[in-house]
Design a protein around this ligand. Structure first.
Ligand code: ADE
Length: 327
């Protein structure tokens, strides 16, 4: 496997230089901007990050600027990106970087809040020129196909691939890390859709030679997501709407429309809408109701639509109901 991987390094580097996508975080990099990009890209599509990255950096161009912001401002700037613990972690990391400088080695990067093995590898390779592999699901897919490796894709396989990559890391550490990601994102696509005809590893890749790239990697069995039924209330009183702040757990600290397992009576229902939102381990099946509230219930915070848009971070899970407050 090592020799095959070693021979696969030059073609993928050459291919990346010719075909890399022009992505906003590939310009004007500093270690801080790399950290921002890699945290944003955790569990989030490149297209979604593409739209938000520049805006975030305009607002918080340096670790110092981010460190000075309030948590509320940071969450607001993160609105819609999901997985908000990343925003909190990035904020905490910025405070540490502002105080102590950007870490200069793997251990220091890995110890930053929100930085796991993959992100540490990406930041070290791209920002610090260190030969630390970044192995996520995309990289596992690319390598399992290169090797026609029929083992189940699990944490152990990831570790093994990371160890193998470490042995063949070229001096162009950042390009190599991003080349593997890029191959997974644009050519070695998941499922039955790999574009083997465009692959720099055509002829080298064992799965492609076998003609069955799409059967790798072998996936572990999926656990079923828990389904949660929620009654969501968009309560209108005059020009204002009721919000409440979420406590501990999922989406902690963000603002939501009041919601309950069982229906409640707050006034006259003006409209209803079914919506679903899928998180990693849970699905929310929501029945939303737009209600003319019979009083300004004091247990909620009340705000008009302009102020909600400007100041309150409302997670995408409630997106389906936002048109009701923007009319
Ligand atoms: N996914 C995670 N990090 C990335 C990067 N630097 N470029 C493209 N996709 C990525």
């Amino acid at each position: 496997m090592r020799d095959l991987l070693l021979s696969a390094v030059p073609p993928v580097l050459g291919w990346f230089r010719a075909h890399r996508r022009d992505l906003p975080w590939r310009h004007g990099r500093t270690p801080y901007t790399v950290l921002v990009a890699e945290l944003m890209l955790q569990q989030t599509r490149v297209e979604a990050v593409r739209e938000r990255y520049a805006e975030f950096l305009l607002r918080f161009p340096t670790a110092e600027a981010l460190a000075r912001a309030s948590e509320e401002e940071v969450l607001k700037a993160w609105e819609g990106l999901g997985y908000y613990s990343r925003a909190r972690n990035l904020h905490a990391a910025a405070k540490r970087i502002a105080a102590e400088g950007f870490p200069s080695d793997y251990a220091g990067v890995r110890a930053l809040p929100g930085v796991g093995d993959y992100t540490a590898g990406a930041v070290c390779s791209i920002a610090l020129g260190l030969p630390v592999p970044a192995v996520d699901g995309n990289v596992v897919r690319v390598l399992s196909r290169l090797f026609a490796d029929g083992r189940v894709q699990d944490a152990e396989l990831k570790r093994e691939y990371a160890a193998l990559l470490e042995e063949v890391y070229p001096p162009e550490t950042g390009d190599f890390a991003e080349a593997l990601m890029e191959l997974g994102a644009t050519v070695c696509l998941p499922g039955g859709a790999p574009l083997c005809g465009q692959c720099p590893w055509k002829g080298l890749c064992r799965a492609e030679r076998e003609g069955n790239a799409s059967s790798y990697p072998v996936r572990p069995e999926k656990r079923e997501r828990k389904k949660v039924l929620l009654n969501v209330y968009v309560l209108r009183f005059g020009e204002e709407y009721a919000l409440r702040r979420r406590g501990e757990g999922l989406l902690a600290g963000l603002w939501e429309f009041p919601n309950y397992p069982a229906p409640r009576d707050f006034g006259e229902t003006l409209n209803t809408l079914e919506a679903k939102h899928v998180f990693t381990h849970v699905e929310w099946h929501m029945t939303g109701r737009l209600v003319a509230a019979r009083e300004r219930f004091p247990e909620f915070v009340w705000a008009d639509s302009a102020s909600i848009a400007a100041r309150y971070a409302v997670p995408s899970a409630f997106k389906a109901f936002l048109p009701w407050i923007r009319v």
